[in-house]
Design a protein around this ligand. Structure first.
Ligand code: HEC
Ligand code: HEC
Length: 394
């Protein structure tokens, strides 16, 4: 047959079909596994992008591995999932609230069945994200130890401890795995993150590590001021006066560099003193690192936290004893107690008697206010509301 004939026959056929009132067959739409996910979670098919650029003075720490957005979002869902606890009521997020820089507002947090933790919950937007940047993003191993007593070296180990802690979530890892496997929304999330829906302990822990490692918080007033300073040819030296800060904030920064930075550092990712006894009491009720090592010189030794987002994570210290930054500043100004093991940074030598006593800063009211003003420049408000870190459950 000639092409034209075939064409004509075809057209006739189509025309005939159109004329007929053929019954409309509605085929079942193909099953979309995402519909199961979206019945439970406020998430999109495409995970939000969490790749980021570190500010210029931190460029050398820029991770070479791009953010694994699918893994991060799986970690976020697990972080907020209350089913993964003995009473089905406690998630990681129950003690680490986004609006408080992923810390808690009470000295001791409430775990399963109303039990109280022994220590104050810690912000996850300071030590973790910085440790993560410097640590290995692929494994979740942080460069700096975690917890108030530095007892673990990776987010995986830390998360395991949180799940199994009888005062926190009180659930075995095998129960976490089976509970995750039972939920209808996880197969799709695992498939997207790993290429198949097999649930394993290491996959769960890895995804939490990726979520926590990607709580980026580099958009504080201090960061922006530093950015301008470096762009104008300045150095990373913290001593410099920054044009992006007020006179008072710069004055506070100088006090911070003189009295606090040797321990707390961390603003430019360089950690000096990891842990110390900062003279809160004597004798120490909570023996801190000593409970782990048994060494007498570790009594009252606690991790030195980085102070990014410190304005949001009150109350302060391992037992949450201080509710305001003013109280913290007053502690260092006039309240340090010289017990056994007080760190050398907090001692002062009396030349006349050649004896050491607890350091007194003798700050004026204006200086205390300036120090506080500087600490407030370390706040990155965006992390409190960033939807990429928010509770995904409906
Ligand atoms: C019942 C409250 C509670 C729950 C639930 C909880 N945490 Fe914590 N978290 C704490 C407390 C309290 C600490 C400090 C404990 C200590 O140092 O002994 C802490 C410390 C941490 C730290 C260490 C931070 C640092 O800078 O060293 C990380 C990370 C962390 N939690 C993540 C998680 C994750 C992930 C989960 C869920 C798997 C979780 N937490 C569940 C209360 C809680
Ligand atoms: C000798 C080292 C050292 C020096 C110096 C030091 N700190 Fe600390 N700081 C610590 C340690 C250790 C902790 C945790 C102690 C604890 O909880 O038992 C801490 C805790 C804090 C906290 C509470 C953090 C939180 O997440 O709860 C703040 C705020 C703080 N310090 C601010 C300052 C300021 C401001 C200065 C300077 C005036 C300063 N520190 C000087 C070691 C030090």
């Amino acid at each position: 047959m000639k092409k034209t004939t075939i064409f004509a026959v075809l057209m006739l056929f189509i025309w005939a079909c159109r004329k007929e009132d053929a019954p409309i067959v509605v085929a079942d739409p193909p099953f979309d596994p995402f519909s199961v996910v979206s019945a439970h979670l406020n998430i999109s098919k495409k995970a939000p992008d969490l790749s980021f650029s570190l500010p210029i003075w931190l460029k050398e720490y820029q991770p070479t591995i791009p953010a694994n957005n699918n893994l991060i979002e799986l970690g976020r869902v697990i972080f907020y999932d209350k089913k993964l606890s003995a009473d089905g009521k406690i998630a990681c997020a129950s003690c680490h609230h986004q609006e408080h820089a992923f810390a808690d507002i009470v000295p001791l947090s409430t775990g399963v069945n109303g039990k109280k933790t022994k220590r104050n919950s810690m912000t996850l937007t300071s030590n973790i994200s910085f440790g993560g940047v410097m640590g290995m993003l692929d494994t979740g191993t942080t460069l700096y130890p975690l917890f108030w007593d530095s007892r673990v070296l990776s987010i995986q180990a830390q998360s395991k401890a949180a799940f199994t802690n009888p005062l926190e979530m009180d659930i075995t890892l095998s129960k976490v795995v089976s509970t995750v496997a039972e939920q209808p929304y996880y197969p799709w999330l695992f498939e997207r993150a790993f290429g198949d829906s097999v649930v394993t302990e290491s996959r769960i822990l890895l995804s939490i590590a990726h979520f926590l490692n990607n709580l980026h918080t580099y958009n504080s007033k201090f960061d922006r001021a530093m950015q301008v300073h470096i762009a104008n040819g300045g150095t990373t030296d913290l001593d410099a006066t920054l044009t992006g800060l007020t006179t008072e904030e710069n004055q506070g920064k100088a006090l911070y560099v003189a009295h606090c930075n040797n321990c707390h550092s961390g603003l430019n990712n360089v950690r000096g003193i990891f842990e110390a006894n900062n003279g809160l009491e004597s004798p120490y009720i909570d023996k801190g690192k000593n409970l782990i090592t048994g060494y007498f010189f570790d009594v009252g030794v606690f991790r030195v936290p980085m102070l990014r987002n410190i304005a949001y994570s009150a109350p302060y210290m391992h037992d949450g004893r201080f509710t305001t930054l003013e109280q913290v500043i007053e502690h260092y100004n006039s309240g340090v107690i010289k017990g056994y093991g007080l760190h050398g940074e907090l001692l002062q030598l009396d030349e006349a008697t050649q004896t050491y006593s607890a350091k007194r800063l003798n700050l004026t009211e204006a200086e205390k206010a300036a120090l506080k003003a500087f600490l407030l420049t370390l706040s990155d408000e965006s992390v409190l509301t960033d939807q990429r870190y928010a509770d995904p459950f409906k």
